[in-house]
Design a protein around this ligand. Structure first.
Ligand code: COA
Length: 385
């Protein structure tokens, strides 16, 4: 394909097409809304095609708050043919100018592949990154596991990838399908596979017997020193600084394999602002946390993003236990408490979905015990620009 034209979409601040105006220059607001919605629809359709299921979709309204996070900068680029968006790329970095990391993702409609569109979009995003002084490019790239064909679920994530087709992560944990378009594309672009994450699904309702066993084991291990708190929506004021500290810790404490993720600092102000933005996204937040009673501090936390639409699955967000409080089954404690809360407050969702690093055995053990089963893999790719 010659003459590939890449346009940037200025993401509107609201999806109401009749709103007076959106931010920035460019076409009028209604056109921006239409373009943004079309680009996100392509992203979700392409991701569903790769995975064989659409459960991971975040719709245009659900994503909108992320596009207006003052602590990150996100840009959306598209390629059109005959007036339709046929390819898109997302660029993201932290607003802190000292940060050298950026994240990107490229999607091309199936009928337009192998014509250089993906290359042109990624070249463009990498040029944007270099111009901003970003030298570490990271891309999270999901691959299916034959779930649509009914394979894979019980066998574990690697088992359904034929041995000859396995590309192992440099961590030694997990693999991705070497022959897939997305993996070949990343390799052809000079990216290295620094980590593999497992995508897992917990069908709901959870088996109450299994949950009761885990709940009582977790309560016994945690003892009287820890007390569970749950809430929905914004973090109660008394816990804001502890939750902000845990969000910061998550950026460096979660296993990162051979991918250099930067520290992402959360303050109370940032937390409050982010929670206000998320309030209108069409996903409710349910949180369970553990207080260390002797110090009165929260030391473990788990939250779920639950779509208002009951036919869609909930998504596991952060789960963290502060380092000095590990080994007391607090991860189990908060996960089970949050599943209880989900069943009581937002019943009827078909499943919970989660992503975990393949080397994160403690977290995978919690999830397996609760009943999560693997449904896909996500390669974390890194390249020095
Ligand atoms: C990955 C993706 C973006 C590639 O888009 P594309 O427009 O087909 O990419 P290009 O035409 O620029 O291909 C560039 C190179 O990637 C490799 N490649 C891409 N798809 C391939 C395939 N199916 N088989 C073999 N090699 C492939 C080739 O080396 C190709 O160069 P070549 O055509 O000269 O041999 C597209 O397949 C897609 O949207 N996949 C699903 C979304 C996704 O996983 N995105 C993550 C990527 S960051």
């Amino acid at each position: 394909m010659t003459d590939i034209v890449i346009d940037e979409i200025v993401v509107p601040s609201t999806l109401d097409p009749d709103a007076a105006s959106g931010p920035g220059p460019g076409p009028d607001h209604a056109d921006r809304v239409a373009a943004y919605v079309e680009a996100i629809a392509l992203e979700n359709a392409v991701q569903a095609e790769v995975l064989g299921f659409g459960d991971l979709d975040f719709g245009p309204a659900e994503q909108l708050p992320q596009w207006h996070d003052p602590f990150t900068q996100r840009r959306l680029f598209v390629v059109r043919a005959e007036g339709r968006i046929i390819g898109q790329a997302t660029y993201e970095t932290l607003s802190d100018p000292a940060v050298t990391t950026c994240w990107s993702w490229v999607a091309v409609a199936p009928e337009h592949r192998r014509r250089g569109l993906g290359t042109a979009l990624l070249d463009h995003v990498e040029a944007v990154a270099r111009a901003a002084g970003r030298t570490d490019a990271i891309s999270f790239v999901a691959s299916g596991q034959g779930v649509a064909a009914g394979q894979g679920v019980a066998a574990g994530p690697a088992a359904v990838i034929a041995p000859a087709d396995r590309l192992e992560a440099s961590t030694g944990h997990g693999c991705v399908p070497r022959a897939s378009s997305e993996v070949r594309f990343a390799l052809s672009r000079g990216y290295a596979l620094g980590q593999v994450e497992r995508i897992s699904r917990l069908p709901l309702p959870v088996d109450e017997e299994a949950l009761a066993t885990i709940r009582s084991e977790a309560l016994a291990a945690a003892g009287d020193e820890y007390r569970v708190h749950t809430w929905s929506g914004p973090t109660p004021r008394r816990w804001q600084s502890d939750v902000a500290a845990m969000a910061t810790a998550l950026s460096t404490d979660a296993p990162m394999g051979d991918v250099p993720e930067p520290e992402d600092v959360w303050t109370v102000e940032r937390l409050v602002e982010a929670e206000q933005r998320r309030a209108t996204s069409g996903r409710a937040s349910l949180t369970a946390a553990a207080e260390h009673v002797p110090t009165g501090r929260l030391v473990a936390c788990s939250d779920l993003a639950v779509p208002d639409d009951a036919s869609r699955p909930a998504m596991q967000q952060m789960t963290l236990v502060r380092r000095e409080h590990r080994g007391h089954r607090l991860g189990w404690l908060v996960k089970v408490a949050n599943l209880d809360r989900l069943a009581a407050e937002k019943p009827g969702r078909p499943a919970v979905l989660t992503f975990n690093a393949e080397e994160n055995r403690p977290m995978l053990a919690v999830n397996e015990a609760v009943g999560f089963v693997p449904i896909g893999v996500e390669g974390v790719w890194h390249r020095l620009l």
